[in-house]
Write a protein that binds this ligand. Sequence first.
Ligand code: HAM
Length: 427
Amino acid sequence: MTQAKIQRPSGMHDVLPEDQKYFQKIFDVVKEIADFYNFQKIDTPILEKTELFSRGIGLATDIVQKEMFSFKTKGGDYLTLRPEGTAPVARAYIEHGMQNLPQPVKLWYFGPFFRYEKPQAGRYRQFWQFGFEVLGEENPVIDAQIIQIFFNILKELKLENLVIKVNSIGDRACRPYYKKLLNSYFKSRLESLCRDCRRRFKENPFRILDCKVEKCQTIASQAPLIIDHLCQACHEHFKEVLEFLDELSFPYHLEPHLVRGLDYYTRTVFEIFEDSEEGKKLGALVGGGRYDGLIKILGGKETPAVGGAGGVERIVSLMKEKAIRFPREKKTEIFLAQLGFLAKRKSLKLIEEFRKEGINIFESLGRDSLKAQLKLADKLGAKYTLILGQKEALDNEIILRDMASGRQEKIKIDKIIETIKKKIKKP
Ligand code: HAM
């Protein structure tokens, strides 16, 4: 009886060899920009205490209510596969006393995240994010610089027609009054809201504003706007963020309905989209904002902070759709063909010597037919094939075949690297 095939978990993907170049390109661009702006890399564990997210992201959010992969360990701890990177970075900042370092502390990361979401275009259960976080700085110029960093990364990846949506959602000084306004607005419309929103009304009416259900969206679209009720300090802060964005001539839109799905945000929030059919299907490529209250909520000192994160798979989708090209990878100049046990043994050593000299060499050590190996060398476009047969292996020689002319010469094995270097002009 044949065994049933085991498939990958729903919403999770293999990053296949043909897609690695996109991931690598994104990583390289992110790293180059991180280095330029003096961000340092941080890796936090894939698993964290569940409480980090319930406290950090907020109990009433969809992420905490519905989307976390959580479990109890054999030792009785409650752990969660990280659904995002900001709370873990804030936890690490507190845990390692980074508040005692010169401020701000600028960190970046690149890794897999997990959310139990309904799989669909641009929405996976395991996805990759790159993130930038600036901790310990309140100045609005940093909000603009974070937006600039993400915008530059997307531009550098050749994405066009980018749209930045920004809003300010106030802070603890202006929120309580705004919450009261929201409460009275939604109270009279409770019956028309979805079940989740009726719960959200009790827990945090703010969350109704980013409900995805159409009838709730229609009602939310008429709700009072936080932007009209910012306190003086938040108003000034946001005004300056926009002035900096103007200075950079960025294509931003004020989006008064943008509230983001995580509770830790204060003041500036932003998202970046690509304005095309595909871009609309995928949703935001980047999301972020200021989170001045988070570090205190997690047990640290009052610390202003701002950051954002980009979704790698969504960006890869767009890069593929636009057929963004990459420089050709490793060139196949040399192929090593071998015959017989002794030749295989010598080949292993010879390949190692080529590696140490930094010369790429292709082979097919498992094959025994010379004809098949030469055919492969030809297919790969090798300029030279080295042939190590049984006789050559015994005589410590190797045949060098010029693939274009078919000309062959015998060379002592200990001279082959030198000869090849001259042929391919490697110093
Ligand atoms: P987020 O908006 O939840 O923010 O996620 C950031 C980006 O990750 C999204 O814009 C999207 O591109 C990608 N993303 C999110 N969920 C999925 C998914 N299920 N499948 C594929 N891609 C996804 C955060 O995570 C915040 N921690 C960002 C931040 C950093 N705010 C301040 N600092």
